[in-house]
Design a protein around this ligand. Sequence first.
Ligand code: GTB
Length: 215
Amino acid sequence: MIPTITAFKQSPDRGRGLARDMRVRWALEEVGQPYEARLLTFEAMKEPAHLAIQPFGQIPTYEAGDLTLFETGAIVLHIAEHHGKLLPDDPKARARAIAWMFAALNTVEPPIFERTMAMILERDEAWYAPRLQSLETNIRKRLSALSAHLGQADWLDGSFTAGDLMMATVLLRLKDSGLLEEHHNLSAYLARAEARPAFQRAFAAQLAVFKAASQ
Ligand code: GTB
């Protein structure tokens, strides 16, 4: 059975892979699962048909047979568990990998996403400069801790897991911000993740959607 995900018909990130369908596409590519994408306009995302599967009117969603899921953390976890990949077999290592997924989503992503939103929505406000500075201070705290944990390792806890997949998609948003570059090991970590063939295929797929919509 081929799962179907939803994604932006025209992503505001202009194909930079920053929309959250990217992490679901990447997980599906990592486990070797072909999939289809149903592309939605912003209007369609708020219509009853989509709200029935994503109560907040967002993308992405995941449908496979009679299972419908929303929230990328739940979707990626399900893909990993269903395919028996992206998570270690050892129960403790598995629990730690899941902890890294939560850390990416709950601890590292919020200040990074807030910065993105401020840059889009608050750029013309008088208090934009101090606000940005304060948001970047928060991000720096997270990056310093993450960098200290990673050290010279390739991945966060042993081999590549869904925790790394999630963390890399979160860090992707800081590319070219200058913030990631303050930690050489984090820049190298992201580059290592982006070099994975599965990442490349997922990136190309979302970029193709953007290019098709721009024609
Ligand atoms: N917690 C949910 C999850 O992990 O699945 C969050 C899903 C989410 O934020 N989806 C966004 C969405 O549907 C798209 S990815 N937003 C529409 C809405 O809420 O009405 C986030 C995103 C937003 C903006 C850009 N951008 O401007 O480049 C990129 C990505």
